[in-house]
Design a protein around this ligand. Structure first.
Ligand SMILES: O=C(O)c1ccc(Nc2c(-c3ccccc3O)nc3cnccn23)cc1C(=O)O
Length: 451
């Protein structure tokens, strides 16, 4: 149908998953309706009377951000939470100085090379509190022609019984995440979260905070939180049938993963992704989705899309072995094969048919040790450099045994890309940001010469 949906209709129709892709400028409007939403629609006055908000992110264009709020909400208190990294944030104070209602909180980054990657909104309405967890920077180019992932919570009503927890422990996990900033400006939000009823939340929180997490803290963050959550909540009948079920990782940057897969990727990290209730010895296939040079060249943005895919040559040249795991970005069923991915997702299918999923995660975390953590000191501590946050969908929390992907009876899960994934051809190369591409013009007729 050609009916344009209002923001409220989009959220109603997205139930029970509430998982969206950002709208894309330049594709047919029909593909910007169902399970697709813009920043302006997220901030629409339709959702209620905004009291105040907080925006956690990495990159900010404050003028752009203010324009996305309805005029009547631009004077409301706004807390900006950013990393104190040099990257693009030395201008935060300057950008915010004209607006006394904007407060700034610099997240402490005590471990070198860490970044404040977390992308999250707290929207406090007169009717309650909404949490949005997503993958887009607060700059115009991140919301125009890319594939971004967004989870929008219900508006959680105020309560004076602060035990209103969700069946996924979301409230406790979110408060524990916020506490790790040890920032005065976040105390109001810790208190506010506590005063709201989170019982309608059906996703698990998977976050990372910088630190060397040991003892009881080891399973609170990073890939060990994912491992523990999958072990505790997957609870499938006769799990053995899933031991070789394929796993997909999809991301927009890649860190230094070591001289071969056995260091971190297919040992430590894959062990967490493959976790079922009972541990299996099998090593399921891990398929990785990351754009090829041609994906970038032919994208709606052309080579410019590659500026947001900062996989550098220094790392790429050390891990040629990774190419065997790589698959192209392809999203024809969402008309987003040319909307360069900035979303990051991880999933496990039930088998090679990819008709059903065992779980699905959307997160800010790229494929890197900095984001997910690396075990140290004889596996007694998990060292994480960055702040990350994402939400994990587990079928049991939706009264299902698996998520159906194809349009079948139960509400099918809105996957962002085409399954099964398509392997790189021998002529395909992963996009590397600091290399020149001068022999083929992009969709705008331009070349890429970073020097
Ligand atoms: O999400 C993502 O894929 C992402 C990845 C990296 C990132 N930051 C960043 C960048 C960088 C960012 C943007 C354009 C060019 C760049 O070089 N370079 C470094 C170097 N060391 C640590 C972090 N770095 C930010 C984001 C993000 O969009 O939040």
């Amino acid at each position: 149908s050609n009916k344009r949906l209002t923001p409220i209709e989009k959220i109603q129709q997205s139930e029970p998953y509430r998982f969206f892709l950002s709208t894309v400028y330049g594709i047919s409007d029909n593909y910007n309706q169902i399970n697709a939403i813009s920043l302006k629609e997220i901030l629409s006055p339709e959702h209620g009377q905004l009291v105040r908000s907080a925006q956690f992110n990495y990159m900010f264009d404050i003028e752009f951000l203010r324009e996305q709020y309805p005029p009547e909400f631009r004077l409301k208190p706004l807390l900006i939470v950013h990393g104190d990294s040099r990257h693009d944030n030395h201008t935060i104070k300057t950008q915010c100085s004209p607006y006394p209602q904007i407060e700034i909180c610099a997240a402490r980054l005590d471990i070198p090379y860490g970044t404040h990657h977390t992308k999250m909104m707290f929207l406090l309405y007169e009717t309650g509190l909404r949490i949005v967890i997503h993958t887009a920077n607060l700059i115009q180019q991140d919301w125009k022609q890319k594939s971004q992932g967004i989870w929008i919570s219900p508006i959680c009503p105020k309560t004076n019984d602060n035990t209103n927890e969700s069946k996924t422990n979301f409230k406790k996990d979110l408060i524990e995440y916020i506490e790790r900033y040890r920032a005065k400006q976040l105390q109001f939000w810790q208190k506010t979260i506590n005063e709201h009823d989170f019982s309608s939340i059906n996703v698990h929180l998977i976050s990372s905070t910088p630190g060397r997490h040991t003892g009881a803290d080891m399973n609170k963050f990073g890939h060990l939180k994912l491992r523990q959550t999958l072990k505790a909540y997957l609870g499938l009948e006769n799990e053995a049938q899933y031991n070789s079920a394929p796993i997909i990782g999809q991301f927009s940057s890649i860190g230094s993963l070591g001289p071969n897969a056995n260091n971190w990727l297919s040992k430590e990290f894959l062990t967490s992704l493959k976790q079922l209730h009972s541990s299996s010895l099998d090593s399921p296939e891990l398929k990785l989705i990351y754009p090829t040079v041609d994906n970038v060249r032919t994208s709606l943005e052309g080579y410019m899309a590659g500026g947001s895919l900062p996989y550098n040559m220094q790392n790429a040249m050390k891990q040629g072995w990774l190419v065997n795991y790589l698959h192209k970005w392809k999203a024809d069923h969402r008309q987003r094969s040319r909307a360069s991915p900035h979303i990051k997702t991880y999933l496990r299918a039930t088998n090679d048919e990819y008709k059903e999923l065992l779980w699905f995660l959307v997160t800010s975390a790229n494929l890197s040790k900095a984001a997910w953590g690396v075990l140290e000191k004889n596996n007694t501590q998990l060292m994480i450099r960055s702040y990350e946050i994402g939400v994990l969908f587990i079928p049991k929390q939706f009264s299902q045994t698996t998520f159906s992907v194809s349009d079948s009876s139960s509400p099918s899960f809105p996957i962002p890309y085409d399954l099964p994934p398509v392997k790189y051809q021998s002529s395909d190369k992963p996009w590397v940001v600091d290399v020149a591409y001068k022999n083929q013009p992009d969709s705008h007729g331009n070349m890429w010469d970073p020097s």
